[in-house]
Design a binder for this molecule. Structure first.
Ligand code: FAD
Length: 516
């Protein structure tokens, strides 16, 4: 028999692994992996191969959260690796949670039968048992609570939320959630039959049943009246505005130093927040500002770790960018001393992680200046930090504890912000009043009002772009209720300002214009 080609071909939607690629693929991967170690000469493996191929087709849209692989232990060049992985019988199915480090991290995938369904359910159950390391690309699979449902759209910025009401032992909701993970603009969550409050609110009598919530407040029954994953998935994928994102595209761009090139004027709407600016701020802080130091250690390193963790928690970025940041965060955590070279290497987009990357060059849209030296990075840094304070407040609506964004931002500015004069001014303001900020909404307003102070100080100065004069922000045409006139004096209504900021810096107001 032709053992060199094995039982699988590159055309199957799974990874055909070998001694040289196994560890590189599954260790430190942001995906969970399920690998079949087989021997092409083993009869049971031959009979099992069609099932494994069908499973791979069945789960192909769960990539990159879960990847399926195969390795032929009968291949001479693979024998050592199979023994390193402790494979003694064929086929052996092993599950490796995301960011596994060594062969022993692989655990046997238990399943009750050799049919697709029991294998699929076993993959989900095993993922959930090892949720301490959740693959970054994998949406939450746990049931939604009434509290989380409240404010879901504000926090997640999607157009649709599909709720699948089901019994605890049903896998439908989780399967549909995974089936939709590559699709933008929609989230899927399960609701358990035991959640009496939500079952009552939605008046649910049959399980499973689905509801479609839209961010404009509408709610309708999903017209699928049976327990069919395929019908639910098909219905959701056809919704207007729901489209397949490029979270799993194996193409790569060559890496290069960040640089700004002269580009045509990009027309921006000042009512919008642009993802291009936010990502450029992230890129610039990491690849330029933090890369200036021959060594990162002590307070400076801890400021950097805090900043990256903050991004992971609150930056509402695209999936590829979030994957990149999560990897970086995990890489940073155990480190106490980083050389410039190590840092640059850690920041490089890796060809083997196509779904975890940062754009190579900054691109300013809302922050584009009328001359290359104007606006750009400082503008985007303000925007990023405003956004983070707002996201923190939106995600923790009832949490009275203090903001973690403000102190982290203070440290960032102190240790990294290249404009040292700006940093000193900012530190002066922080010293004076940051300790008085009580909670997360207070942090939003503190940053807003300090930024306005900076605007007032800089109005008319040489850094003031004539095309974008420094004003007290937001101007009336952006928020008419933000200012009130009391005794002939124009004053801010802080409640209205807060409401405005929460909308302006919400996920729903971030636009992907000009991002390729
Ligand atoms: P920016 O002031 O950068 O604002 C960016 C965007 O944020 C605006 O386009 C607007 O959409 C929005 N915005 C404006 N005001 C507010 C507000 N109050 N709340 C929320 N959003 C708002 N430059 C100096 O010359 N001296 C300094 O001391 C100095 N200190 C700085 C301190 C920090 C922490 C930062 C990040 C920057 C500092 N700068 C300083 C740079 C300066 O503030 C501007 O960022 C830069 O001149 C570019 O201005 P801009 O017109 O693009 O708007």
């Amino acid at each position: 028999s032709s053992s060199s080609t094995g039982l699988y071909s590159p055309r199957d939607p799974l990874e055909v692994l070998a001694a040289g690629t196994l560890e590189r693929s599954i260790f430190n991967s942001s995906s969970a992996w399920v690998v079949e170690f087989y021997a092409s000469w083993c009869g049971h493996c031959v009979r099992f191969a069609p099932t494994w191929k069908e499973l791979a087709r069945d789960l192909q849209d769960w990539r990159p959260a879960v990847m399926l692989g195969v390795l032929d232990c009968a291949e001479k060049s693979n024998q050592k690796i199979c023994s390193d992985f402790g494979i003694t019988g064929y086929p052996t199915l092993k599950f490796f949670k995301a960011f596994s480090k060594k062969p022993e991290d692989g655990i046997r995938l238990f399943h009750h039968g050799d049919d697709i369904r029991s294998l699929r359910e076993s993959v989900i159950a095993t993922m959930e048992r090892h949720k301490e390391v959740w693959p970054p690309a994998c949406p939450p699979l746990e049931p939604i609570s009434a509290a989380e449902l409240n404010g879901f759209f504000q926090a997640y910025g999607v157009t649709y939320l599909a709720l699948i009401f089901e019994k605890g032992d049903s896998f439908l909701g989780r399967e549909v959630t995974l089936d939709m993970l590559q699709y933008e603009n929609i989230a899927v969550r399960r609701v358990l039959k035991s959640n009496e409050e939500l079952v009552r609110d939605f008046n649910v009598t049959a399980f499973p049943s689905g509801f479609l919530l839209v961010n404009n407040g509408s709610c309708s029954i999903i017209p699928v009246h049976m327990n069919s994953r395929a019908l639910y998935t098909d219905f959701l994928r056809r919704l207007p505005g729901v489209f397949k994102g490029n979270t799993f595209s194996p193409t790569m761009l060559p890496s290069a130093e960040p640089e700004t090139t002269t580009t045509p004027w990009r027309v921006a709407d000042r009512r919008k927040v642009y993802m291009a600016d936010l990502e450029s701020a992230v890129l610039y802080t990491l690849r330029v500002e933090a890369a200036r130091f021959p060594r990162l250690d002590k307070e400076r390193l801890s400021a950097l770790k805090q900043y990256v963790t903050l991004l992971v928690k609150y930056f509402p970025g695209r999936v590829v960018v979030m994957n990149y940041l999560r990897n970086l965060d995990l890489w940073l955590r155990p480190r106490t001393n980083i050389s410039q070279n190590e840092w640059e290497e850690a920041l490089r987009n890796k060809p083997e992680l196509p779904y975890a990357r940062l754009p190579e060059n900054p691109l300013w849209v809302g922050c584009q200046g009328s001359k290359p030296e104007l606006r750009g990075f400082p503008c985007s840094l303000w925007s990023l930090f405003h956004l983070l304070t707002v996201q923190e407040a939106l995600l923790n609506p009832h949490d009275p504890s203090p903001s973690e964004v403000l102190p982290a931002m203070r440290k960032y500015v102190q240790y990294f912000f290249g404009c040292r004069e700006c940093a000193e001014h900012f530190e002066g303001m922080a010293e004076e009043s940051m300790h008085k900020v009580k909670h997360k909404e207070g942090a939003v307003l503190w940053l807003w009002s300090r930024h306005n102070r900076v605007n007032a100080r800089l109005a008319g100065s040489p850094t003031d772009d004539p095309r974008f004069p420094k004003i007290q922000w937001p101007p009336q045409d952006m928020c008419s209720s933000c200012q009130v006139i009391i005794n002939g004096r124009r004053m801010w209504d802080e409640r209205e300002v807060l409401r405005f900021l929460k909308t302006h810096f919400s996920r729903g107001n971030i636009y992907l214009d000009f991002i390729k």
